[in-house]
Design a protein around this ligand. Sequence first.
Ligand code: URA
Length: 238
Amino acid sequence: MMTRLDKLISRELNISRNDAKALIKKGCVTVNGAPVTSSDFKCGDGDSVEADGKTLSKNEFVYIMMNKPAGYVSATDDKREKTVLDLLPEEMKRRGLFPAGRLDKDTTGFMLITDDGAFAHGILSPKRHVDKTYIANLDKPFDNAVKADFENGMELGNEKLLHAELRALNKDSTVAEVVLREGQYHQVKRMFKKHGITVTALKRTAIGGLSLDEKLGEGGCRYITADELEKITLQNSR
Ligand code: URA
């Protein structure tokens, strides 16, 4: 696939299209070792692109961080509902994109959108233990018995869950951080429900070692850089 040079630089360095154009104009970008100063230059998968001496990835796939707002479903298309893909700006849309994992319609926060099926499988597989971190607002406090049940690997329905983490973020234990190593249907809500507690708001704040960019407003998205991508699979050392 051929990509415009300014688009590629903007995506890989996570800078605006205008800043990418300026960088190219200044002669800071080379393709296969030769400086290229026109932003509409087209590069292909085999080309080696450097900006300020740094080699950029070949971009076979893209990885997008979105701050999902409530009211959108995590699907590629839906007859009735608005999907997270509808929120992508035109210049980010490309064939094959899908949300890697599901957040409920009313859950907000870090949604990863990619066209890399193997990567998505890797971060979703319970065997790979990529942590997902959530902040949950609760209708009543949780106590140490709830915490122990989360941490010991809870029995839920017919299932034995992997051990999870639970810690209070406020004094009266009604705002909690939860870290899961798997993603069962409505898992956080069901884990609290077992103890008679209702989750009134839920936000995903991190996937693996990569936190949601706080600069992204609800519905905002940006490309994930190569360094950040590595953080996803580098565990939180728990
Ligand atoms: N757990 C839930 O209950 N809902 C989500 O959207 C994610 C995790």
